[in-house]
Design a protein around this ligand. Sequence first.
Ligand code: THU
Length: 142
Amino acid sequence: MAKAKAPDDLSDLFEAALRARDHAHAPYSRFPVGAAVRSASGAIFTGCNVENAAYPSGVCAETAAIAAMVCAGERDIAAILVLGQTDEPLTPCGACRQRILEFATPRTLIYCASASGPGVAWTMEELLPHAFGPDRLSKGAP
Ligand code: THU
């Protein structure tokens, strides 16, 4: 898989994701996650994972950050950064890749950070190739 080193201007996204991770509710997995979305306007929206005693009812950090962006009336993800407490870059789960796709372009960068820095970035199409996105529906049934 192609891998691009993250540029150095990510400190605001990284710090925002770290602050969000501090509010994670992860008593079951003990795996706190934070996410920060930069929208097309330049605003930053954050989210953390919120687990639930009924396990499948929990939500991922990326899901929460995207919901905050949409709730504020924005629809375009310029970049997203996700991190946990790991030394390795944290990549979004499959369901969150699909949720990011809804508001991204194939070239949108997804920064997979470690706990100590922005780490690496992949494009949307690298993380979710051959995806089923909104464009498929607009083409109608075959
Ligand atoms: N988690 C996220 O928040 N985002 C991901 O992309 C991967 C997993 C959360 C879900 C759950 O609360 C915990 O991490 C362990 O899977």
